[in-house]
Write a protein that binds this ligand. Structure first.
Ligand code: ATP
Ligand code: MG
Length: 482
């Protein structure tokens, strides 16, 4: 289906692809793996014709659709309009057949295990819902080569299963699928063949059946990691002390989002929040940070009730948020890497450029942000490296309370261990961390206590040293079964 021959691509200061070749067979799932910045998205952008190579050749015998890592929805259009963008069903004389469009959109979404009105404007959707719409859009295109760049980074377990079923169906119909993900279990469940890129070079192509996690990691990083990322995190988090609550939330309520939320977060503590997509965890984080304040209830900082109406209020109280949606709240895409890091922490009119450079460089080093120049614009970084910039930026505001919403989404396994280490270090330095994550192993390894949310309500507080993934899911799953 696809033949890539000797592809090279340079950007100022970096050789993103260096003589890469790749063959993808019809009816197969081909995984593309590699650390953040390895060149995966660049390669796929060239294959799908969005970017051009410096040298080399791409031959494809079918229609290509790509689900992008950075979602680019048209926020003011409806779900159905986004799905059928540029190929809307028409009646005679080319008139738009809106009922047909809505019916078909509905069918595709249901097929993906999602109940969502096709008439809803995109802007109202969560990141997870947008991602599902993106998948529906690719299906509507009836592509023969389907490229998925981290399609499951924001969707819940339930939708991941639906997606895997669709991948199996598409395979049967002879569709070739290129699947990019940092999640090992997904690779071993879906892929027939695995190709590994490292620093823009092709390292290996092997049948998935001949690989295991350790081999794959070794190929990706070019050395054996001494511990698996997850276990490194476990040993690092020492039991936190038991001092007073720095953040307390009492009866916090926002109709339709969350109801009667109560918890206390102490100095030096990592409080995990588990839950399925749509459980209200991000809404809760946004309420505490002042992006979308709650309707009733109280927020106390160091025992004092405070009003948080906008993010500036939260920042002034020492609260920082690492948002799951870095496009919307996290980064200024056209601005330099340096400015994105230092932006939130700059004070006063006089900026000491030398100090700014030093601070930026420190963060770039501390988080191993893969870049060639602190002045390069941040949208030229790979997806995972952009996420690290969001974290660096928040850390610099020297918050006492740090809310992390899916901090390791899209981050490769090595960098994930680094970020886990950083979170552990922050807690040991006395910061209070509220950690929202969909990755249960991450929550279990890092949290001192673990809250579970379901449909806007706190359903359990668990001891992560004893809780199992099954137990967490029991408290997180809707009771009705829908
Ligand atoms: N438009 C651009 N200008 C400059 N450099 C770029 C541009 N696009 C990509 N790069 C660089 O090319 C390299 C490969 O990036 P790419 O996005 O392909 O990585 P990736 O493998 O998809 O990583 P991730 O897992 O983080 O998504 C990186 O060093 C990145 O900074
Ligand atoms: Mg990428």
């Amino acid at each position: 289906m696809l033949q890539v021959r000797n592809l090279s691509k340079s950007f100022p200061g970096v050789r993103a692809l260096d003589n890469v070749s790749l063959d993808v067979a019809a009816g197969s799932v081909h995984a593309l793996m590699g650390e953040n910045g390895a060149g995966k998205s660049t390669l796929m952008r060239i294959v799908s014709g969005l970017d051009t190579a410096d040298t080399g050749e791409v031959r494809c015998s079918g229609r290509i659709a790509m689900i992008h890592q950075e979602l680019m929805p048209f926020r003011d259009l409806t779900v159905a309009e986004n799905i059928f963008m540029g190929q809307e069903p028409t009646r005679r004389f080319g008139w738009l057949d809106k009922p047909a469009m809505h019916r078909e959109a509905q069918r595709l979404l249901e097929h993906l295990g999602m109940t969502l009105s096709p008439a809803r404007p995109m802007r109202e959707l969560s990141v997870a819902q947008m991602q599902t719409v993106e998948i529906a859009k690719a299906l509507a295109r009836r592509a023969e080569l389907l490229i998925m760049d981290e399609p499951t980074s924001a969707i819940s377990e339930h939708e991941v299963e639906a997606l895997f079923k669709i991948i199996r169906d598409l395979k049967q119909c002879g569709v070739a699928i290129i699947y990019i993900s940092h999640k090992m279990d997904e690779i071993f469940r879906t892929a027939d063949t695995v190709t590994v890129l490292r620093d823009g070079r092709h390292v290996a192509t092997q049948p998935a059946a001949e690989l295991d996690e350790a081999k794959l990691i070794a190929l990706m990083v070019g050395r054996e990691l001494s511990h698996a990322a997850g276990t490194a995190a476990t040993t690092m988090v020492v039991a936190a002390s038991v001092p007073d609550a720095v953040l307390e939330v009492r009866a916090l309520t926002k109709p339709g989002k969350f109801h009667n939320i109560n918890f206390a977060l102490r100095r030096g503590e990592i409080l995990g929040v588990a839950g399925l997509m749509g459980a209200g965890r991000t809404d809760l984080a946004h309420a505490i940070f002042g992006l979308a304040p709650a309707a009733s209830g109280e927020i106390l900082i160091n025992g004092q009730p405070v009003r948080i109406r906008r993010p500036a209020d939260a920042l002034a109280r020492g609260i920082a948020l690492v948002s799951e949606d870095r496009k919307e709240f996290g980064l200024v895409p056209m601005m330099s890497l340096k400015h994105n890091i230092t932006l939130a922490s700059l004070r006063g009119w006089l900026i000491d450029h030398r100090a700014e450079n030093r601070v930026a460089d420190e963060q770039i080093r501390a988080l191993s942000i893969k870049s060639h120049d602190r002045n390069q614009s941040v949208n030229t970084l790979s997806g995972g490296n952009q996420q690290k910039v969001v974290i660096a930026k928040s850390l610099l505001t020297a918050p006492a309370i740090l809310i992390l919403d899916e901090p390791t989404r899209g981050i490769d396994i090595g960098a994930k261990a680094e970020i886990h280490a950083i979170i552990g270090r922050l807690a040991r330095d006395g910061k209070a961390v509220l950690l929202i994550s969909s990755e249960l192993p991450e929550l279990l390894a890092l949290s001192d206590r673990l809250l579970v949310m379901r449909e806007g309500i706190l359903t359990a507080e668990l001891d992560p040293r004893r809780a199992t993934q099954e137990e967490i899911l029991q408290h997180a799953m809707p009771v009705s079964g829908e």
